[in-house]
Design a protein around this ligand. Structure first.
Ligand code: ADP
Ligand code: MG
Length: 293
């Protein structure tokens, strides 16, 4: 039977919007030493704003945004939803893509009208192709302002870059401070984004350990390695985080606006869109363990 103290702690967490699926998760939460945070949609709000764009002079900026948003309608990625919103705000009519597929943490490809479109990270969209002159400035800017980059290719060649400004959550610094204060030893960022963008966000939050350019598989590997050194928590929002969430001692999903796959793989779901509630739950878990022993 689950001890009364655990049940009562789970119910207090639930009242604050933290769903702890079973008692064992709460007990492990009491011992957590290392926490890995995903960046986009987890440490950042994911309500990104289109801050700038650049494109091949043969196209118009609205054409690039329209093609990107038409495909992004099919994705649950935080940045994808922001691209769709930016297109809608500008009154663009979106097409229904055909034969589309998503590569989690990388982007999507499919046909929009009579064009073959790819949208997502630079590596996914442009591969090793040399960077066109019109893209140099905007890609450099992303590195120092911490914006997410969304690249668009039509019929195999890069034709546009959207800069999506996605700032750190306002409650993130406080949440991280509270977690450290209740005994968490190491906090690290595990992100599919580029090193320069990741480091800009990490610096603004006082996180000193950053692992950029991660795939769903490499996130999982990082978690498996960390577990050898102590109880490890992973916090994430995307389908690309699902394997890592399942592999961690405690997986925590950003449930309010994250992917359903993430919430299914996790043992803890934040039902409210607030990171400080995670610190609250860890504190409750720590306190409960003392009473239960
Ligand atoms: P994180 O791991 O920090 O949540 P992701 O791996 O989900 O980040 O995304 C990293 C980068 O990959 C984004 O900043 C963006 O450039 C690109 N990306 C991934 N999926 C998409 C998508 N569906 N649409 C646009 N860009 C995407
Ligand atoms: Mg994410």
């Amino acid at each position: 039977a689950v001890p009364v103290a655990i049940v009562s702690a789970m119910s207090r967490c639930a009242q604050r919007g933290v769903l702890v699926k079973h008692g064992a998760a709460l007990e492990k939460m009491a011992q957590v030493e290392t926490i890995f945070f995903d960046k986009t949609g987890t440490l950042t709000g994911g309500r990104a704003r289109l801050a700038a764009s650049a494109n091949d002079p043969a196209l118009r900026p609205e054409q690039v945004l329209g093609l990107a948003a038409s495909l992004e309608q099919l994705s649950g990625h935080a940045i994808a939803q922001a691209v769709v919103e930016a297109a809608r705000e500008r009154g663009l009519r979106l097409d229904t893509p055909a034969g589309a597929s998503e590569a989690p943490g990388a982007g999507l490809s499919g046909r929009v009208g009579d064009r073959e479109v790819r949208v997502g990270s630079y590596a996914f969209v442009a591969g090793n192709a040399s960077r066109p002159a019109w893209a140099a400035g905007i890609l450099e800017r992303a590195g120092y302002d911490g914006s997410a980059v969304v690249c668009v290719a039509v019929d195999g060649s890069l034709c546009g870059v959207l800069l999506m400004a996605d700032a750190a959550r306002l409650d993130a610094p406080r949440a991280l401070r509270l977690l450290k204060a209740c005994g968490v030893k190491r906090i690290a960022m595990l992100t599919g984004d580029r090193r320069d963008v990741a480091e800009t966000i990490a610096r603004s939050l006082g996180i000193d350990s950053v692992m950029p350019d991660q795939t769903p598989a490499s996130k999982l590997e990082a978690i498996a390695m960390a577990r050898a050194g102590g109880v490890t928590m992973m916090v994430g929002d995307g389908i690309n985080d699902a394997p890592a969430l399942a592999a961690a001692d405690i997986g925590v999903a950003m449930g309010a606006r994250g992917a359903a796959a993430a919430a299914e793989s996790a043992q803890v779901v934040l039902l409210v869109d607030r990171l400080d509630r995670l610190a609250f739950a860890v504190r409750i878990a720590r306190g409960t363990r003392r009473i239960a022993l």
